[in-house]
Design a binder for this molecule. Sequence first.
Ligand code: NAD
Length: 266
Amino acid sequence: MLGIAVLGCGAIGMQIIRALATGRVEGRVVCVHDLSEERARQAARLAGAEVAPGLEELLHCDAEVLVECASVSAARRVLLPALELGKQVVVLSTGALADPAILERVESFHGSRVHVPSGAVGALDALRAAREGELRRVVLKTTKPPRALEGSPYVVEKGIDLRGLKERSRIFAGSALEAISGFPANINVAVSVSLAGLGTRKTEVEIYADPAASRNIHEVHAEGDFGTFYFRTENLPSPENPRTSQLAVLSALALLRRLSSVLQLG
Ligand SMILES: NC(=O)c1ccc[n+]([C@@H]2O[C@H](COP(=O)([O-])OP(=O)(O)OC[C@H]3O[C@@H](n4cnc5c(N)ncnc54)[C@H](O)[C@@H]3O)[C@@H](O)[C@H]2O)c1
């Protein structure tokens, strides 16, 4: 059974730990770490795992797989060291892979694997297939309730008054690379879509705030030699974190299940 280390015991981490602890998904939680010691202790109790006092200890624990579900900056710190230690890494904070220098180093590893779950958006399998021909254009349009976008660096820097919005409004348009630096906790999906398709510089992203929205909506439009597709998900937020879609949690569980499966789909 795969030994798993979990970095981040928040909305995604706790649901992963619960699924592993109850046997819903195969795997054994060996070690957990969180900036909040209390959360880490609670997670460790649930899973019968150890608490790692820091990232170093987590990296060196006896696990084959490291699941990162903490933050883009935490992902940046563990990704390459984990690969150097020969671990497989599951990355939820995919914004870390937007940095071309990190991506290039990641791609230079042989034998190790970085797994990117489809997250809050589908369509990654179709994009990967489409880019085997000529993929000309990929646009991601994301709509969220204003409160889910509050505090993002772009919103703060531009002084956008989210609370004053009366209707659905476009608050950002740019590349996926610009999107992830302006909204590091909100738009990891832009990087996942980029990795599967045209890369972070050519993937176009639009972000909308909608006071009437109760769901996080992602629409992926793609055009290429294959034809066109349009893929729309209307995600309910995770009960623990309004910024995180429940589908992202489920996609991480599906990925962990796939690690131990003979049949690999998509
Ligand atoms: N790929 C996707 O589609 C997708 C979707 C949703 C969320 N995410 C990302 O996944 C990550 C987790 O999401 P969540 O909803 O569980 O967040 P959360 O805020 O509920 O939980 C994150 C946990 O990680 C801990 N943490 C943060 N930085 C840390 C660090 N440097 N070291 C140790 N612990 C740290 C926090 O204390 C918290 O307990 C976030 O980066 C989020 O942006 C990705």
